[in-house]
Design a protein around this ligand. Structure first.
Ligand SMILES: Cc1cc2nc3c(=O)[nH]c(=O)nc-3n(C[C@H](O)[C@H](O)[C@H](O)COP(=O)(O)OP(=O)(O)OC[C@H]3O[C@@H](n4cnc5c(N)ncnc54)[C@H](O)[C@@H]3O)c2cc1C
Length: 669
């Protein structure tokens, strides 16, 4: 094949799919080069999207115009809002997905895009410019074809030099049943990027027919459905239950008796695994006082009998897996359809990349997903979106230097590129911004997974307001289309009207919900009522406020076309009313932080020779090369006194420059 593209995406997993979609949607000619077209957006581990911290990522991705939320909504087997009894910041949606349908949905969506070509082939090596060896200009495939592009996004997941382990048996593989990608990471290492090793694991799958569900606890989906996407599509599908089983003393005995057969414990795998998703042998060893750990039995799809055993990931040998599983209630006669295994692979430490995911030392290369040290579909997808956008900006800017203006790209995108060189989100705007910032400024020792506790602004970064935080940014960039934009504007207008409505509408004594007396006055506004902890958004959604309005207020609202019978956004109203004080305080905090956060550090600032910094700080800062004080303050091991030293140096530098320009002006006059 002799072809040139603007952008090439290597790898069609969750990161690669979002990257390809974003780049093509913005108008750049894009190639998705992937090992196996039948495995686009495959879920090699748990068949689920969302959950704490992760649902916020999916909603943000959707607000920016990404596809994961739409795919999860179209293919769920169960929808459930987790932490619904806790505060709004931790509330999160989780979809049990039909694995095959999910993958097929994403593939069909990408296939329908006019700027995107999908090609099944493996990238064997990157091609670099012979005159400028740090400039990447293309990809060579395993068939010897050379494909050129202006920017390249690498999203190879767990495939780079991948090895899978079941007990002491191991083989070279990207994941079970897939060939590894050999040679690519050694080549990139030889071009100057560092690599490390990480590992992750997946549990056994069980044949549904061999499980006795009769005594198991049922975990049903929600009766009232919620969705990931803000678009008003609401695919109604039958919901399927999950079940719960638990380990017991026999299970723990089997695990402890066989511990030395686990490659993690024998030292055969030395790479770190996901701290927050430990293997069952890790849980039993690290929490010896815990008599039981629960496992969820989750269906993998409608066209298969396979059940995923969530919580039971292990790399113990297969004969031990059989023993473990048959100690579990309901699984005494279970048949394993696929053994559990662990995978170890090369990754690129994030501090070698800018906030745009561009490699600092290799011009034209962007990296995203598991290969950048994360774990999870949602983390991969959001990085893919950001890397795809930034690769598109880079390609467009290069193109306009070479040719005249490229009229095929989206008008808003062209304007955006006239003004900005990249698309970066701050920590205060999103979990996506938090994820990117953590990855590129902190050294990680185990696969990074998103959790609500990673954000210092979690009361402001809720899943319910992701569209309010990000849709405008996506629209200005050109990724959010006119349809989504008009839906968003309608929703905002409606919320504003509903706010006005709850300020005006009053409850009379006789229609106050039972058990909620009004003291001192015989009328109370809905807003005041909502401040009470016992009156929740569910009550708000049920009460008919129509009758409680003054005639003229009702008339004014009806004239604006507002339906008074039902509040459409009770959760948004409740959150704002009940948590207003905290939210306002967090906004003040954000404004204070921004003042310092945005103080710029000049490109090429010489940290190495700053004698007032500690040796550790000099070393770390010259590796990360932060561009703002905010970024510097989050580099691992950097103390507040290091930050004060940098501020002093910046101030001195500013004075020096002013002095020098004063001297030269004086000399000229
Ligand atoms: C065994 C296992 C266990 C896991 N356990 C968990 C878990 O417990 N919790 C969790 O949240 N996540 C888990 N994951 C991780 C989850 O699957 C990933 O985080 C997610 O899929 C990463 O998405 P990605 O797009 O970065 O990579 P992947 O989804 O891995 O996609 C990579 C894609 O790149 C393609 N590719 C690779 N090399 C090349 C090449 N040279 N040329 C062309 N194409 C290439 C591959 O074929 C694949 O399509 C697990 C994954 C595995 C394999």
């Amino acid at each position: 094949m002799q072809a040139n593209f603007d952008v090439i995406i290597i790898g069609g997993g969750h990161a690669g799919s979002e990257a390809a979609h974003a780049s093509a949607r913005l108008g750049l000619s894009t190639l998705l080069l992937t090992n196996n077209v039948d495995q686009i957006a495959t879920m090699p581990c748990n068949p689920a999207v969302g959950g704490p911290g992760k649902s916020q990522l999916v909603k943000e991705l959707d607000a920016l115009g990404g596809i994961m939320g739409l795919a999860a909504d179209a293919t769920y087997l169960q929808m459930k809002t987790l932490n619904s009894s806790k505060g709004p910041a931790t509330r999160s949606l989780r979809a049990q997905s039909d694995k095959k349908q999910y993958s097929r949905w994403v593939r069909q969506y990408l296939e329908a895009m006019s700027n995107l070509r999908i090609y099944q082939s493996a990238a064997k090596a990157l091609i670099f410019d012979e005159n400028k060896s740090n400039r990447i200009i293309g990809v060579e495939t395993n068939l010897g074809e050379k494909i050129y592009a202006l920017s390249i996004v690498l999203t190879a997941g767990t495939f780079l030099e991948g090895r899978i382990f079941t007990g002491h048996q191991f083989e070279s593989a990207g994941r079970a049943g897939d060939k590894p990608s050999l040679g690519l990471s050694p080549q990139i290492r030889s071009l100057g990027l560092e690599t490390g090793r990480l590992k992750t694991g997946t549990p056994a799958r069980i044949d549904k027919k061999t499980i006795d569900f009769s005594g198991l606890e049922v975990a049903p989906g929600d009766e009232e459905l919620s969705f990931f996407s803000f678009l008003p599509h609401r695919p109604i599908r039958r919901q399927y239950p999950c079940h719960i089983t638990r380990t017991n003393a026999n299970t723990h005995e089997v695990i402890l008796a066989n511990l030395e057969k686990s490659p993690m414990y024998s030292g055969a795998i030395s790479a770190s695994g996901p701290r927050y998703c430990p293997s069952i042998e890790d849980k039993v060893v690290k929490f010896p006082h815990n008599p039981s750990h629960h496992f969820f039995l989750e269906p993998e799809g409608l066209d298969t009998d396979e059940i995923y055993l969530q919580g039971c990931s292990t790399s113990l040998p297969i004969e031990v897996q059989w023993q473990i599983i048959r100690t579990l209630p309901g699984l005494e006669k279970a048949w394993i359809t696929r053994p559990a295994y662990a995978v170890e692979y090369d990754y690129f430490p994030g501090i070698q990349f800018n906030h745009s995911f561009a490699a600092k030392e290799l011009d034209g290369l962007f990296v995203a997903g598991q290969v950048l040290g994360t774990s999870g579909y949602e983390e991969a997808a959001t990085q893919g979106l950001m890397a795809g956008i930034n690769a598109a900006i880079k390609a467009y800017n290069l193109k306009t230097q070479l040719e005249k203006d490229d009229l095929s790209v989206n008008e808003r995108f062209r304007k955006y590129c006239d003004e900005y060189q990249d698309f970066v989100l701050g920590r205060e705007t999103s979990y996506i911004g938090t994820l990117v910032d953590d990855l590129v400024t902190k050294e990680i020792s185990d696969p990074y997974r998103m959790m609500t506790s990673r954000s210092e602004y979690r009361l402001v970064l809720r899943q319910d307001n992701a569209d309010q935080r990000l849709t405008l940014k996506g629209y200005e960039l050109g990724l959010v289309d006119d349809y989504r934009w008009s839906i968003y504007l309608e929703k905002q207008e409606r919320i504003e009207e509903e706010f006005r409505f709850i300020d005006q509408a009053k409850f009379a004594q006789d229609n106050i919900p039972t058990g909620m007396e009004i003291k001192g006055s015989n009328k109370i506004t809905v807003h005041e009522m909502l401040k009470r902890p016992e009156f929740t958004y569910e009550d708000l959604a049920k009460v008919n406020f129509h009758t409680d309005l003054h005639e003229e207020d009702r008339y004014a609202l009806e004239k604006k076309g507002i339906l008074l019978e039902k509040i459409l956004y009770p959760f948004e109203l409740e959150t704002y009313v009940k948590y207003q004080g905290y939210i306002d305080r967090q906004m003040v905090q954000i404004r204070d932080m921004q003042k310092r956060e945005n103080i710029k550090i000049p490109v090429g600032f010489d940290f190495k020779n700053c004698s007032i910094l500690s040796l550790e700080a000099r070393d770390k800062l010259s590796k990360v090369r932060p561009l703002t004080i905010g970024q510097a303050s989050r580099v691992g091991g950097i103390s507040p006194s290091d930050i004060s030293s940098i501020l002093i140096m910046l101030e001195a530098k500013k004075k020096n420059t002013a002095l020098q320009s004063g001297v030269s002006l004086h000399a000229q006059s």
